[in-house]
Design a protein around this ligand. Structure first.
Ligand code: MN
Ligand code: MN
Length: 478
């Protein structure tokens, strides 16, 4: 009897050991962190939240990155030598930071690319009009938004306006608690039955109805036409010297006026606008700022326009990376030749740092649980993105996935291998494929996000910290 009990116990232990050895299962990042590291993760989140509040637009993000880089000794004109830090700004909307490494450039460099634009509501070029005795602003939204999420929330206005004399006016209204805000109104439920409620969610609110309320005080002369609009124009002229035509050469963006906040009783999560993709921007920025003399040259690339397809002269499809690398070759004291440029690019290794969908507890049906990104399980690797049959995916090769896995494991990074949703459910793309054309290895890698593209996206502080650890491990590896 005793013998049989012992035998049973031994078999149980053997099975447990075998399961531990053979089975792959993700682990909560929190379980891998000791008390000191948990504290560090919470502290890291404070810096991240403050960055989110200061960098709500692509221009503000580029400015914040450039400033942090300047303070860390990055220069546009650096000298050759390992540890030298180089920055390269493109039209105030995309930026490359580089730290020269010990190994020759020709062997390839390590690149982390992330995007600094986020979905938002842009003003049209001729936006101001008057209706129902209110001044309103016409808009054209930017990126993939669910329109119903953007009505009846306080919006702040961030803009750059080029006036008729060529001078530039920067305005931010709605971020200071004393500032007024803007809002897109919505129909009351009492009257929305036919107009909205019976329609499909995506059609219930039309793009042209996303107009923001801009005022209601009439111009003093009761005989004037469109008195409310004129009143607003007079105010804008007195305060900023603006005329209506100035809107034509302006980029004015409406973004949620809310600040980044802790979410949950235990403060383990972060809620904020713009975490796609500033979660990757901030963590990769901190990773490159922490470098002294990396084994290989490291480039952190921050690009614009990802949310609308990466086109344009500040997007990932532009030749900005090539221009930055030509400048880098020159700073490294080497002759700039196309052959060397191509050699560097094709020998390089890259992470496309972009966020991933987190498994939504309310909608598990869109995910395939075994391969879904889970909040709190660390940084997500995505071998491929794309939609329905991996269409338009970069699809990293297994050899490279193996290399990244080894790097992360060697540095105790909590990571998970994920794909965005069920095979036939939908999908998305990132900038990975635009860098893959050079021949470099590249894989998507970023934190899981709940409510992605909404005005208040949610991430885990553990995942943010693990992303930083992952990017730092990647750029510190020979
Ligand atoms: Mn993104
Ligand atoms: Mn996105």
């Amino acid at each position: 009897m005793v013998y049989r009990e012992q035998e049973k116990e031994k078999r149980k232990n053997d099975t447990a050991e075998l399961e531990k050895k053979l089975k792959f299962r993700g682990r909560l990042a929190w379980d891998l962190l000791n008390d000191k590291e948990k504290e560090e993760a919470f502290r890291f989140a404070e810096g991240y939240k403050s960055f989110l509040d200061r960098a709500k637009t692509e221009r503000e993000a580029a400015r914040e990155i450039a400033q942090a880089a300047r303070e860390a000794g990055f220069q546009e004109d650096c000298l050759p030598g390992a540890g030298k830090k180089f920055s390269f700004v493109n039209k105030d909307k995309s930026i490359a930071l580089a730290v020269l490494g010990q190994a020759p450039l020709a062997g390839g460099i390590r690149i982390i690319v992330s995007h600094i634009d986020s979905p938002r509501i842009d003003l049209k070029q001729n936006p101001l009009y008057e209706d129902a005795d209110m001044a309103l602003l016409r808009t054209h939204y930017y990126g993939g938004i669910k329109k119903y999420q953007w009505v009846t929330i306080p919006l702040s206005l961030h803009g750059l306006i080029v006036k008729s004399d060529g001078s530039i006016l920067n305005v931010v209204i709605g971020e200071d608690p004393q500032d007024p805000v803007f809002v897109i109104n919505d129909l009351l439920p009492h009257l929305s039955g036919k107009t909205q409620d019976q329609k499909k969610l995506a059609e219930a609110i039309e793009g042209e109805k996303l107009t923001a309320i801009a005022g209601s005080l009439p111009f003093t002369d009761a005989e004037a036409k469109e008195r409310i609009k004129l009143g607003i124009m007079e105010l804008l002229h007195q305060k900023y010297g603006l005329i209506e035509e100035d809107f034509i050469s302006a980029e004015i963006e409406l973004v949620p006026a809310m600040k980044a906040r802790d979410v949950g009783f235990d403060r383990s999560l972060i809620g904020s606008y713009g975490q796609d993709d500033r979660a990757s921007v901030y963590t990769s920025l901190q990773a490159i700022l922490s470098l002294e003399e990396p084994p290989r040259t490291v480039v952190a690339l921050f690009v614009d326009k990802e949310e609308i397809g990466s086109d344009g002269n500040t997007g990932a499809k532009s030749l900005f990376l090539e221009s930055a690398l030509r400048a880098l070759i020159e700073r490294a004291g080497l002759p700039v030749t196309e052959a060397l440029l191509k050699q560097i690019l094709s020998n390089s290794k890259a992470l496309s740092a972009d966020v991933e969908a987190a498994l939504d507890p309310n909608y598990p049906e869109v995910h395939e649980k075994q391969n879904a990104g889970k909040l709190g399980y660390g940084v997500c690797l995505e071998k491929f993105t794309g939609a329905r049959g991996k269409a338009a995916a970069s699809d990293a090769r297994a050899e490279y996935v193996g290399e990244i896995r080894r790097i992360f494991n060697a540095h105790n990074v909590a990571w998970q291998m994920t794909e965005i949703g069920k095979v036939d459910e939908g999908g998305g793309g990132t900038v990975a494929k635009y860098l893959a054309i050079y021949g470099m290895d590249i894989i998507d890698c970023g934190v899981p996000v709940l409510s992605m593209h909404s005005p208040f996206e949610v991430t885990s502080k553990a995942d943010i910290f693990e992303a930083y650890k992952a990017y730092r491990a990647f750029v510190s590896t020979p």
